[in-house]
Ligand binder design. Structure first.
Ligand code: HMG
Ligand code: MG
Length: 297
């Protein structure tokens, strides 16, 4: 049974731009301001991580402070630890996301600790967030395969997702970081997670490296998932997963949903326009087939 409405979490300004050539803070602000006019209700604006590891996100503070905010939009940021959380709070993020992995190999490469250690790091952050009335989203990487450890057992994904929910995350975004998933494996993973967590607390975050993201999203929709992470023009990748391409394109997911009679509340043409503009800055074409088809029409 398909949902009637889905929420798109726009991650292009973070997941997209963290792995593209650097653009200026002004260009990011322009992108986020354009995205704010499309009907999106959740825009990830950047991350408060070590600039040594992800220099593209070093100006997230400036970006958050300079955007023109709309009252009905969540402007969120990634925070790996207390230090990042405090910076995000000061910059005015109205929501944060913590992130870990369902595989040890990727966890070590990405945030330099084990899964258990990452959860320990998050505990004081969660407490501070609660005290400040800030909702926390939880990201889980490598829910299908890990570039270092191979296939991830669905039970492992379920166990870490459960731990994040028990810590107080309101939603878990399940990341197919390297985009190797296919619908059957996505279904098995979602079933295992859904055994512990109600589907309304789950989001899917699919990278399109192997071209399966839309098929996998259709699978997730058919299982009741109604929050989807997408990236305008399909920009991005992941610095710790070589060869990873961007998240599924926002334009493509809107077109899929419209075809299925599912409301997104987001204007396709406006997203496509924002996508062309940031792609001009990046000196590349959109990775969205829908965007290219719209232009040719
Ligand atoms: P660490 O390397 O383990 O070591 O950091 P540390 O805690 O000892 O800190 C090292 C240095 O970073 C120190 O500075 C700290 O002050 C600084 P130094 O003494 O060397 O000058 N530092 C920070 N700086 C800014 N902001 C902070 C912060 N914390 C410490 N919050 C840490 C651990 C996690 C910070 C580091 O490993 C890091 O920043 N990693 C980058 C992680 C990242 O951004 N990855 C990409 C996002 S996740 C993703 O894309 C996946 C997702 O999309 C889902 C999916 O697709 O799977 C979400
Ligand atoms: Mg990602």
């Amino acid at each position: 049974l398909l949902p009637e409405h889905v929420t798109l979490v726009e991650v292009g300004a973070r997941d997209g731009l963290q792995n593209e050539r650097r653009v200026s803070a002004a260009d990011k602000v322009m992108l986020i301001n354009q995205l704010s006019e499309t009907g999106l209700t959740h825009i990830e604006t950047g991350s408060f991580v070590s600039a040594k590891w992800v220099p593209q996100m070093a100006d997230s503070n400036q970006v958050l402070q300079q955007i023109a905010r709309k009252p009905n939009i969540v402007y969120s940021a990634l925070t790996p630890n207390i230090q990042g959380f405090e910076q995000a709070l000061e910059a005015g993020a109205n929501q944060v996301a913590i992130f870990t992995s369902s595989s040890e190999g990727f966890c070590h490469k990405n945030i330099h600790c084990s899964i258990a250690e990452s959860l320990e790091r998050f505990a004081p952050l969660m407490e501070l967030a609660r005290g400040n009335g800030i909702a926390v989203r939880g990201y889980l990487s490598c829910v299908v395969d890990c570039p270092y450890d191979g296939p991830t057992p669905p039970e492992k994904v379920a166990a870490v997702a459960k731990a994040l929910i028990e810590m107080g995350c309101y939603e878990i975004s399940l990341g197919d970081t390297i985009g190797t998933g296919t619908p059957l494996r996505i279904a098995r993973m979602l079933e295992a997670v859904n055994h512990h967590i109600p589907v309304h607390q789950l989001a899917v975050h699919f990278h399109d490296t192997w071209g399966q993201a839309l098929a996998n999203i259709y699978q997730a929709l058919s299982m009741g998932v109604n929050v989807i992470d997408t990236s305008v023009a399909g920009i991005g990748g992941c610095p710790y997963a070589s060869g990873a391409s961007g998240n599924v394109a926002t334009e493509d997911v809107i077109y899929l949903c419209e075809g299925l009679g599912i409301k997104t509340g987001v204007a396709l043409n406006k997203i496509a326009q924002a996508g062309w503009q940031i792609c001009n800055k990046l000196n590349k074409l959109p990775a969205s087939k829908v965007s290219l088809a719209l232009l040719a029409r």
